[in-house]
Design a binder for this molecule. Structure first.
Ligand SMILES: *Cc1c(COP(=O)(O)O)cnc(C)c1O
Length: 237
């Protein structure tokens, strides 16, 4: 095995151990948290190596990039998630090709996903992305608008709302991170209680390479880790 592949295996092992520790620390079962390997900019050989290490979820940011790699990936038993911002005009290309779209941030986008799904005779799993830090640079639904928008989105029969996703502000200390993740966990509990139509909650996707342990302590059920597994990316996506 080349060093590069060896590192990927070791990184996955270490991250799994850290997830287990963080889960146990907060009184949760280790298997209540799933690891999404974020594969943007990563080539097919390295992704397939990660899959051979038991990775069951991958996350890609861009429709085009994912579709280019998809046929060569060993995706049997693996869930592919779209985690990047999705433009309405790309919806018809990606619906049916991924198992979940984590980045639904508007009624219009949800409607387009639903329409295409109905055309294909499927229901698409989605997460509602919340802009928990209220950052202008980020997409996502503002926390105070979440319930109203979720109500509208839950009217669409071609989608199944499975939970929430968030990317908190990057350059804040751990205490602030705890606050953002805890706020998300509370929103998640509140929205789950509403028992909306076309929903089957249970997924709280938050935490990346720099903060996934904190996210798990706060209740994340999916963490999305790229750099921590594959090393630094050559460019930013
Ligand atoms: C890139 C990306 C990640 C992973 O970031 P790392 O810091 O490399 O772990 C997670 N979620 C989203 C939405 C991303 O775009």
């Amino acid at each position: 095995m080349t060093d590069e592949f060896y590192n990927i295996s070791e990184n996955i092992k270490r991250i799994r151990e850290n997830i287990t520790k963080a889960a146990l620390k907060s009184g949760r079962a280790a298997d209540s948290v799933n690891l999404v390997a974020v594969t943007k900019t990563v080539d097919v050989a390295r992704i397939n190596h990660a899959l051979s290490c038991g990775i069951k979820y991958i996350g890609e940011n861009k429709v085009q990039e994912f579709l280019q790699k998809r046929d060569e990936l060993n995706l049997g038993g693996v869930s592919a998630h779209l985690i990047g911002h999705l433009q309405t005009n790309k919806v018809s290309k990606i619906v049916g090709k991924v198992d979940m779209i984590e980045s639904v941030d508007s009624v219009r986008l949800a409607e387009a996903i639903s329409k295409k799904s109905i055309e294909l005779g499927i229901k698409t799993n989605v997460l509602l992305q919340v802009n928990i830090g209220r950052e202008e640079s980020k997409s996502g639904i503002l926390p105070e608008q979440l319930f109203e928008i979720a109500d509208e989105i839950s009217q669409f029969n071609g989608i199944m709302v499975r939970g929430l996703m968030a990317i908190p502000p990057a350059n804040v200390d751990n205490l602030e991170k705890y606050k953002f993740f805890s706020n998300m966990a509370q929103l998640f509990i509140d929205i789950e209680r509403k028992k909306m139509d076309n929903s089957n909650m249970g997924v709280l996707s938050m935490g990346m390479s720099g903060d996934y342990e904190i996210a798990v302590e706060c209740g994340a059920t999916l963490v999305r880790v790229g750099t921590g597994i594959f090393g630094r990316r050559n460019y930013n996506v």
